[in-house]
Ligand binder design. Sequence first.
Ligand SMILES: NC(=O)c1ccc[n+]([C@@H]2O[C@H](COP(=O)([O-])OP(=O)(O)OC[C@H]3O[C@@H](n4cnc5c(N)ncnc54)[C@H](OP(=O)(O)O)[C@@H]3O)[C@@H](O)[C@H]2O)c1
Length: 228
Amino acid sequence: MSEKINRPHVLMMSEITADGKLTLKKGASSKILMKYMAPETEILLHQTRAVYDAIMVGANTIRIDNSYLTVRLIPGKSPLRVIPCSMADIPLDANVLGKDAPTAIAVCENAPPDRVAAIKNRGAHIIVAGKNHVELPLLMKILKEKFNVNKLMIEGGPTLNWHMLHHKLVDEIRLIHLPFIVGGSDTPSLVGGMHINSEDEMIRLNLKKYYMCGSNLVSEFDVLYREG
Ligand SMILES: NC(=O)c1ccc[n+]([C@@H]2O[C@H](COP(=O)([O-])OP(=O)(O)OC[C@H]3O[C@@H](n4cnc5c(N)ncnc54)[C@H](OP(=O)(O)O)[C@@H]3O)[C@@H](O)[C@H]2O)c1
């Protein structure tokens, strides 16, 4: 209980195909799939962003998708954009470093100082959270205590999703189901990382709501972690 007080409430939100994939193939931008979202669902995504204090995606999503992560389709304030990037090596011309919304790049103590300085020069906050890599529980604590982030949404990719779940940092999951199958054994799916070894390690979810948004099914789950 006390752990939760030291971190924001976290929602994982994703567009996902019927076979659980987040994009067409490894290395492909999810913006291609997102073109097939119903207009009503795109609005739902932007409405969700507008009521969250911060939005986080992994550094690889920035490299591949070059996301903006702003609120554009409805009136509303864009959340703080947070990118964990241990060695501060996202491209300096990334859209997320533009002036449309505030951005915080989380790095580790060993990140090269010249890269950190170059990101700072683009106007982003730098959060140092960990020695050799970004430690997500520490990052969550800093976001809550120093940036007043009470509600955080994460929009992938699979590597970040796995690490957040592995550290028991996700409270809710909202999935936008796209009626396609893309296949591919190495195509990124909702959660990457390491496989589990027994059923005891399965992360249990409670389906709390499902509804149509335009032509897309949306499902909402609470994440039920085991104690200990
Ligand atoms: N459909 C959707 O909703 C959706 C949403 C987002 C992304 N995507 C797709 O997902 C794919 C990218 O996913 P991905 O799994 O390759 O990458 P990712 O999850 O976006 O980013 C992972 C990277 O974040 C950095 N990172 C720093 N600290 C971390 C930490 N503590 N835990 C986890 N990551 C940390 C690492 O890069 P460094 O080692 O450089 O720090 C790591 O490799 C793309 O194809 C994109 O299109 C789809």
